[in-house]
Design a protein around this ligand. Sequence first.
Ligand code: EPU
Length: 455
Amino acid sequence: MNALTQDSRKASERLGLGADTLVIEGGKPLHGTVEVRGAKNLVTKAMVAALLADTPSTLLDVPAIADVRVVTGMLGAYGVNVTNDDAGVTVLDPANVERAHFAQIDALAGESRIPILFCGPLLHRLGEALIPDLGGCRIGNRPINFHMDALRAFGAVVDKSYEGIRLTAPGGLHGADIELPYPSVGATEQVLLTSVLAHGTTELRNAAIEPEIMDLIAILQKMGAIINVEPNRVIFVEGVDRLVGYHHRAMFDRNEAASWASAALATRGDIFVAGARQQDMTTYLNVFRKVGGAFDVTEDGIRFWHPGGDLRAVEVETDVHPGFMTDWQQPLIVALTQAQGTSVVHETVYENRFGFTDALIQMGADIRVVPGGTETPTRRVPRRPLEQSAIINGPTPLHAADIYVPDLRGGFSHLIAALTASGTSRVSNLGLIGRGYEHFTDKLASLGADFRLED
Ligand code: EPU
């Protein structure tokens, strides 16, 4: 069994999916309503923030996804009592934080990238942190140098050991002056979670300002932190002596919302995404409209549908917020295989995030990936060295295939491709999709998809 299949099986088991393959009869439009709850990329960090408090925190709208289960297990290993109900109410009590057994955290850390964010809170609470090798989607190198450089600036001492990375703070953690080489989401969160209890003031330049980060800042403010977000990606933090628990409703998962929107477009369907908010998706909505999709924003969510006729080719470039998110391109590319003309998608955030297109090509898509990226006259930002471009010629009918999910977002695009294709497809490594998409098989059933689970 290869490493991906092992990761997938673990996630499937955590979620009780009962199978790791979906057999899909494609070619039917998806119609109906799905609800999105808290964002994976906020909820998991908000759970780590609870470690910083003296009193319990309550987080609402926590989705039933494997990444949440992994963070719950990690927090449990450190003595945080976490309870979660079906309604998504999670209570995190950090009263008895203690050192964890290495074997316990090592068994969990390989399944997610969130453990890296335990560094600051553990240094504050226990004076040391041991971070084993990290997991997460295999979409490039995913180095942690920005994280380690930032932690050193706060006064942490970083030692590599055979078990992983060991951090200590012999002189305590103090405010720091940090400029990130790139507005990294995770490194910005690392700085936030470390600076709030550090002595003195921290200035962070070139910070990420994704809505999930703004929601984390709101949570930290509820806990007693003093954080100022200034123009031009500058964040100032005045350290405080103690933080208390929070009560917070997590922001909705805009990556999941965009995924269902692209599914509506690719399958010529009509999906109401309850819980989606326009303000955090305006860049996606512009592209959706340019491709030829229709949407209607209501108080309760956003309806996305294919209005008939041909879809249009577009050129898109992934970017940090407020740009087009790297997590939105994979499901959109399936819809672009059905658009009239040549679309170009430039991936500028990760160096290897087009691997999922191999399966689409197997299913009949005309996609060429250009390592190093292409230059075209409409480029908005200068090329980053990491860049790749995908050139998609459409429309091409998709036919069924047996495919293997490579990562979370690529996996969702495989589901959409199988639902769009004529014939019977088998999509394996389903657990990887369950890392970030809650109850996705139930949601597919409610949208009228024709499928069965197979072990
Ligand atoms: N980078 C470094 N060094 C570092 C950290 C990042 O070179 O120390 C590079 C990365 O290799 C990448 C770029 O900076 O090329 C951006 O990475 P970033 O740190 O912003 O990403 P992340 O925090 O690891 C989060 C999400 C990703 C999402 C990105 C971009 C979580 C758990 N993950 O990753 O989500 O794509 O931000 O928005 O929040 C997903 O949900 O499927 C997913 C991969």
